[in-house]
Design a protein around this ligand. Structure first.
Ligand code: GTP
Ligand code: SPV
Ligand code: MN
Length: 608
């Protein structure tokens, strides 16, 4: 690694103000400050007073707009640069030593070359600006799961978002002590030059660099950069898993709670499922859902031989459009205080926010996400399709009492899913762990606005980790298979599809709260309480085993939702095979599963 040369007398290095005496932290910071040359350095202590002063400064500088304090206390609106609204997968790099270790699904550059490129961009990037040092923890500070990092940034927006999304401040430094195993992160806004936008990971150095962006997924480094791309590497080395999964608890009428985790690609329903409110009939019986996490799960084998999960985050960075009191009241209520909204519309009548799908009454006069006047007659959307809210987890009315449990929760079922208009049935269960890994490996979904690029095209997104797996996808599948062998009591693995469409192109399944009906079947199966029909794909519900009371849907419709089109699936197999060939290095067991599926389809497997 090329070390940046010291260019300034380090007048800023006021040891007394530093929150840590950790030599490794201080030395790295000194190098970064020498390179970026900030006017001053501010350590983020985590104290409310300091954060409040930063909010006030952000308002003064036009970075944040203060919203109606009566209706949305402690809430702010931020607009990003119109060219900086989503993750940038084509500018995201995994810079491990050998290109073959990054694999064909990641962009790679030689680490030395990339460091030089990044350091050239960072040279003087903080001139006239402040370097904020954010000590942060992913997972509960002091817990065995916790990993600590420092993000250096020149963006108050990043500081205030990290303060919601992670646990920050002095307590992190205290817990780290002299340990050198922390994650180093540098973020420079520079001039948001699209051509020089880089989201870069150096797994061998536990280092992350974000350049020329100020959009959440690119720069809130605790989230995708650390908790998934770097952590997936750590998990592989240390024998655990970092996954793009929600975690929820399902409470049955007897008061027992079973936990499941689910991996859906970006903007495919994790936040919604994690905070689900069961249909009225089921609620009356006493069914309810507890949210542990909506985006990321770290999973380890517990002493009891089960798989245990924690949510390493402390807040929700959720998709705003479509969030309403009807679709996801728990998410909406979570945003009613201490929340930062990004790229939604400003309702001029009462200085609150609005987005498509919030309600049926758009504001008569608003400012759209680009900062332009907007009325219901305007041809363009008021909020960006990937506009988001950053809300503290503690705001969520259905937050699980286990949210702060450092041991996490035991997982009974893992669910994979995506947006498939035709192919995937509403739900099926894999035959066993190995088959379940296969099901995850051939996942595909229509792309969404969460990343830049075309929306609505089907692409393979294995385990919803395509943009987040920090090493070779084939090695990642092998890690899943290896983990399966090590878990004495592994969770059962399922696949769902809320997005199947009918002949007119409408969603054929009501989704949202009604997804509870599918979850019920899943936990009954996880507990071996009910039988199922064996099909070519796996186990499917027997016709009467999905509770349809109160649903305006015929048994015929349900059968269609569960139907499997043999020709589409044979095509799916051949697409998956082509994908495997592209990946190379695919574990033999997965080819065996693919061959077996093809054979079952060709045999015209009948429902038993
Ligand atoms: P990321 O934060 O990007 O990882 O996304 P996420 O998986 O948490 O997605 P989210 O729950 O925010 O859902 C994204 C979009 O899917 C929203 O527009 C929802 O309205 C829509 N959606 C979620 N659940 C359902 C469902 O069950 N059915 C249908 N039709 N749409 C859904
Ligand atoms: C996703 O895109 O999967 C998100 C939002 O959860 S971001 O933080 O931008 O990655
Ligand atoms: Mn996500």
């Amino acid at each position: 690694m090329t070390k940046p040369e010291s260019k300034t007398a380090l007048k800023w290095m006021d040891a007394a103000s530093a929150l840590t005496k950790n030599e490794a932290v201080l030395q790295w910071m000194e190098e970064m400050a020498a390179m970026t040359q900030p006017d001053k350095i501010v350590w983020i202590t985590g104290e409310e007073e300091q954060l409040e002063a930063l909010r006030a400064q952000a308002v003064e500088e036009g970075i944040l707009i203060k919203l109606n304090e009566y209706k949305l206390p402690g809430c702010y609106l931020h607009r990003t640069d119109p060219d900086d609204v989503a993750r940038v997968e084509d500018r995201t790099f995994i810079c491990c030593e050998r290109e073959e270790d990054a694999g064909p699904t990641n962009h790679w550059m030689d680490p030395k070359e990339m460091y030089e490129k990044m350091y050239a961009l960072a040279d003087g990037a903080y001139k006239g600006r402040t370097m904020y040092v954010i000590p942060y923890s992913m997972s509960i500070i002091g817990s065995p799961f916790a990993k600590y990092g420092f993000e250096l940034t020149d963006s108050i927006y990043v500081v205030l978002n990290m303060a919601i999304m992670t646990r920050i401040g002095k307590a992190v430094c205290d817990a780290l002590g002299d340990d050198t195993g922390f994650i180093k992160g540098l973020h420079c806004q520079c001039d948001l030059d699209k051509e020089n936008k880089y989201i870069v990971h150096f797994p061998q150095d536990n280092t992350i660099i974000s350049m020329n962006s100020n959009y959440g997924g690119n720069v809130l480094q605790g989230k995708k950069c650390f908790a998934l791309r770097i952590a997936s590497n750590l998990g592989r080395q240390e024998g655990w898993m970092a996954e793009h999964m929600l975690i929820l608890g399902i409470q049955n009428p007897r008061g027992e709670i079973k936990y499941i985790s689910a991996a859906f690609p970006s903007a495919c329903g994790k936040t919604n499922l994690a905070m689900l409110i069961p249909p009225e009939g089921l609620q009356r019986w006493g069914w309810r859902v507890w949210c542990v996490g909506d985006d990321i799960a770290w999973l380890r084998i517990g002493k009891d031989g089960r798989l245990w999960a924690v949510n390493p985050e402390n807040g929700f960075f959720g998709v705003a459009p479509g969030t309403s009191m009807k679709s996801n009241p728990n998410a909406l209520i979570s945003t009613h205080k201490d929340t930062i909204f990004t790229n939604v519309a400003l309702d001029l009548s009462d200085n609150t926010v609005w987005w498509e799908g919030l309600n049926k009454t758009p504001p008569a006069r608003a400012i759209d996400w680009r900062g332009r006047p907007w009325t219901p007659q305007s041809p363009e959307k008021a909020a960006h399709p990937n506009s988001r809210f950053t809300a503290p987890a503690r705001n969520c009315p259905c937050l699980s009492p286990e949210f702060d449990n450092p041991e996490g929760v035991p997982i009974s079922a893992i669910i994979f899913g995506g947006r498939r208009a035709k192919t995937a049935p509403l739900v099926y269960q894999s035959f066993n762990w190995q088959h379940g890994v296969f099901v995850g490996s051939i996942m595909a979904s229509e792309t969404t606005a969460a990343a830049t690029g075309q929306v609505g095209v089907v692409r393979r997104d294995p385990m919803a980790m395509l943009p987040f797996c920090g090493y070779h996808m084939g090695d990642y599948w092998q890690h899943w298979l290896d983990m399966g062998k090590k878990i004495p009591h592994p969770p059962k693995i399922f696949n769902v599809n809320w997005f199947r469409t009918d002949d007119e192109g409408h969603f054929a399944w009501p989704g949202f709260g009604d997804n509870m009906r599918v979850l019920q079947w899943i936990i009954s199966r996880a507990d071996d309480e009910i039988g199922a029909a064996e099909t070519a794909l796996g186990y499917e519900p027997n016709t009467h085993d999905i509770d349809m009371e109160g649903l305006e849907m015929s048994m015929y419709d349900m059968r269609r939702l569960l139907s499997v089109d043999r020709d589409l699936w044979l095509q799916e197999c051949s697409d998956a095979r082509a994908y495997y060939e592209k990946i190379g290095k695919v574990p033999e067991e997965l080819y065996e599963e693919l061959d077996a599926l093809e054979m079952r389809l060709n045999r015209g497997y009948k429902r038993k």
